[in-house]
Write a new protein. Sequence first.
Length: 275
Amino acid sequence: MKLKHRLSENILFWMAVVFLAMGAALTFYEQGQMALTVNSMSIFRASGSANHLAGKRQLPIYCVQTEKPQVALSFDAAWGNEDTAQIMDILAKHQVKVTFFMTGSWVEKYPEDVKYIASQGHDLGNHSQNHKNMSQLSDEEIRRELAQVHDQVKALTGQEMTLFRPPYGDYDDQVVTVSRDMGYYPVQWDVDSLDWKDYGADSIVRTILDHKHLGNGSIILMHNGAKYTPAALDAVITGLKDAGYELVPISQLIYRDNYHIDHEGRQVPDAPPAA
């Protein structure tokens, strides 16, 4: 009996060793895969210079200094999807291209919408995987939040995203620096439609068209899941065009290199753009 007992103990011991070894191997594999994903995220390296330091702070792009009468509409997609098709129809009617900043959870829930948005020539932007306050995360957590969405969108559309908007507009020096290191242009806005407050369609229209910061190079914040956004969108686009603005996606509005950011978050070219 003692021999059988010892044999049983030995078998249990070696089984435990095998399971621990398997678990360690799986952990190392997963970490290796994540490291490979994060290390492969060096999407963009400009040949020129790009300085996001304004004073003592690293700032994202809030707007762009340009002589062209251009503005960019942007939509944050993090929650619902009820209005996306209607928004897309209105944009198509006006032949306007915009930028959609999408969370990973939104991409997972609505993959066909992601592919359709891409197929219509709109920008696809990264809005993080889980819509967290990015300033509260470590470097590695920030990288993971961006890398997960990036890989999902690339698998669906074949596109490499280069635009990133921090959820809640929350960022610090670390968020700007890490996202830049990963090849992203961190982007905010200088005109908030306040559509998320559900004040009504007329309020959205007036808030945008009468905004004190609206001007050449403005980036306008809207949401695809806000209650009155579809009802306001037609008038917003018409009003901007009547005011002489051309509506372009953010990727066409910003400078890719040879720029700096001023104290207001305005992206300024280091030399006058070529005619």
